[in-house]
Design a binder for this molecule. Structure first.
Ligand code: VGL
Ligand code: ZN
Length: 205
């Protein structure tokens, strides 16, 4: 069985948000078309939320660091981010144009460690419910898309592959942060080398 996995299409990652990903609104119609398609076939759909407490240490404001620079957090290299996706705020809500999705998985709630992958936090200590939910529903194939290609999409795809899922990355359904201009390209290469199949949304039947 297959599932559509929609990563972090939240206000803070969209135009006008605190960590806006360029041209992110372009992917919403692509994602909505797939939501309709998966719904029609009774296939599983799951959406994720980056969900941080206000004192999350990945925030430059909390760690007294500079946005965009890299430091160390909990023994791991950490990009310092602007405050974003704070739990129960406008910024952490899904973008209003995204069609509603019933199944939601949250990540990033531990203030001490960042969590790009929707399966594990960055130090792989805590696991979310995602793997369990997918297994309960006999899902072995994932169509992954959303924000951002070079962070949460990439690490989710890599963990999904290492957990044994067949992974399709829907290229026209993703946009990246691109702190360096080629970060998304490099991320796509990395995902492909790890075994992800990169497709366009129109190839999904
Ligand atoms: C993300 C940076 C910080 C993402 C989340 O969803 O890609 N990026 N937190
Ligand atoms: Zn975050």
């Amino acid at each position: 069985m297959k599932a559509l996995l929609i990563i972090d299409v939240q206000n803070d990652f969209c135009e006008g948000g605190n960590l806006a990903v360029k041209n992110s609104l372009e992917i919403i119609p692509v994602i909505n078309n797939l939501i309709k398609k998966f719904e029609k076939n009774n296939d599983f759909i799951i959406a994720t939320k980056d969900w941080h407490p206000a004192d999350h240490k990945s925030f430059a404001s909390v760690s007294n660091t500079k946005i965009g620079e890299v430091g160390m957090l909990n023994g791991l290299p950490q990009v310092w981010w602007p405050d974003h996706c704070i739990e129960n705020t406008k910024g952490s809500e899904f973008h209003k144009d995204l069609l509603p999705v019933k199944n939601i998985v949250y990540k990033g709630n531990d203030p001490e460690v960042d969590s790009y992958s929707v399966f594990f936090d960055n130090n792989k200590v805590h696991k979310t419910k995602l793997d369990e939910i997918l297994k309960e529903n006999n899902i072995d194939t994932l169509y992954i898309l959303g924000l951002a290609t070079d962070y949460c999409v990439k690490f989710t795809v890599l963990d999904a592959l290492s957990l044994g899922y067949k992974v399709y990355l829907v290229a026209d359904g993703c946009k990246g942060v691109n702190i360096n201009p080629d970060d998304s390209e490099k991320a796509a290469e990395e995902m492909k080398n790890a075994g992800a199949v990169i497709i366009k949304s129109c190839e999904i039947l």
